[in-house]
Design a protein around this ligand. Structure first.
Ligand SMILES: Nc1nc2c(ncn2[C@@H]2O[C@H](COP(=O)(O)OP(=O)(O)O)[C@@H](O)[C@H]2O)c(=O)[nH]1
Ligand SMILES: [Mg+2]
Length: 265
C-alpha cells in the first residue's frame, strides 16, 4: 500500500499545477484523542481507493490530550498526511490555517469525528459535482439523512439557522455542517478575510461569498450524530449570536470589500 500512497504524493505537485482534480482534506482537531485515530484509518482507506492526489492536513491547537502524538504518528507513517499547529484557539482559526496551507484544487473541510462518512467527499467533486465555487454539506436539503441526533440539538440548530438567515447568509437551510468544499482560488480569496476564529467562521465565509457572487451549492449528506461534541450549548450559542452580529458590523465597515489583502482586527 505504501507504494500506492507514495505515488499519490508524487503526483500532487504536477497535477495541482495543471488544474487536474486533486484534493486537500483539512481536519481541525482539538482534544480528539478518542476519535482521531479511527478517523485517520478511514481516511487512509479512502485515499488508497482514489486515482487522484490527496493530501490530508490535520490542524491541532492547544490540545491538552494526546492529539498531537496521534497526528505525529500518522504523519510519520503516511507521506500524504501533514500536521499543522495553530496557536490561536478555535475551530475557525484552525480551519483557516489548514486551508491557506493546502496545495490542491479542491479544499475540503472535514470534522475529526467523520460524522459524514468520508466516501461522501466524492459527492463534492467531479464527475459527481462541478461548476461551483463552494459546495456545502447539508443535513436539511432533500435527500439528506440525519441519524441519532437528539431532538434538542436539532432544535438549537434550527434556531441558529433562523438567525443566520436573518442577519448573514440568505437561502441555505444548513450553514453549520462541518463538511465543505472550496475551489482553491475561492478559498484563497475568502480565508484571508475571515475574522471569526470560533464556531461561526463558516457563516462569515458564506456571507462574504454571497457578497462576491460566488456560486454555492448544497450537497445532501448522510450525517451521524456523534457524542463528545466540543460545543458548549449555552456559552457557545451566545458567542455565535455575537459573531453573527459582528459579521454585519464588519460588512457595514467595508471589511469584506477588501480584495487581495489580509484583513486585520
Ligand atoms: N483545532 C481545533 N479544532 C476544533 C476546535 N474546536 C472544535 N474543533 C474541531 O471541530 C470539529 C467539530 O467539533 P465537534 O465537537 O464534533 O462539533 P459538533 O459536531 O458541531 O458537535 C472537530 O474536528 C473538532 O476537533 C478548536 O478550538 N481547535
Ligand atoms: Mg461533531
Amino acid at each position: 500500500m505504501t507504494a500506492v500512497l507514495t505515488r499519490f504524493v508524487q503526483g500532487i505537485e504536477e497535477l495541482s499545477l495543471s488544474g487536474e482534480i486533486s484534493l486537500s482534506l483539512v481536519i481541525p482537531a482539538y482534544n480528539e484523542e478518542n476519535r482521531l485515530r479511527k478517523t485517520i484509518d478511514e481516511v487512509v482507506a479512502f485515499v488508497a481507493h482514489q486515482d487522484f492526489p490527496v493530501e490530508v492536513i490535520i490542524v491541532n491547537n492547544n490540545s491538552t490530550d494526546n492529539t498531537q502524538q496521534i497526528i505525529d504518528a500518522a504523519a510519520a507513517e503516511f507521506p500524504f498526511i501533514r500536521g499543522l499547529i495553530e496557536t490561536t484557539q478555535g475551530k475557525g482559526a484552525a480551519v483557516r490555517a489548514g486551508m491557506l496551507a493546502s496545495v490542491n484544487e479542491y479544499l475540503f473541510i472535514c470534522d475529526a469525528d467523520l460524522s459524514m462518512p468520508v466516501d461522501e467527499v466524492l459527492k463534492f467533486m467531479p464527475p459527481n459535482l462541478k461548476d461551483y465555487d463552494i459546495a456545502i454539506a447539508s443535513r436539511e436539503a432533500p435527500g439528506a439523512v440525519r441519524i441519532d441526533e437528539p431532538p434538542f440539538r436539532h432544535f438549537i440548530g434550527r434556531i441558529f439557522n433562523m438567525i443566520v438567515r436573518m442577519f448573514a447568509v440568505r437561502g441555505f437551510d444548513d450553514t453549520q455542517c462541518g463538511f465543505k468544499c472550496f475551489k482553491r482560488d475561492v478559498a484563497q480569496d475568502l480565508f484571508p478575510l475571515q475574522t471569526i476564529e470560533g464556531w461561526s467562521f463558516d457563516v462569515e465565509l458564506l456571507h462574504v461569498a454571497q457578497r462576491r457572487g460566488y456560486l454555492i451549492k448544497e450537497v445532501p449528506i448522510t450525517w451521524y450524530y456523534k457524542d463528545n461534541s466540543k460545543i458548549k450549548p449555552f456559552q457557545d450559542a451566545i458567542k455565535m449570536f455575537r459573531d453573527v452580529l459582528k459579521i454585519r458590523w464588519n460588512a457595514w465597515r467595508g471589511k469584506y470589500d477588501i480584495r487581495g489583502a489580509y484583513a486585520s482586527e
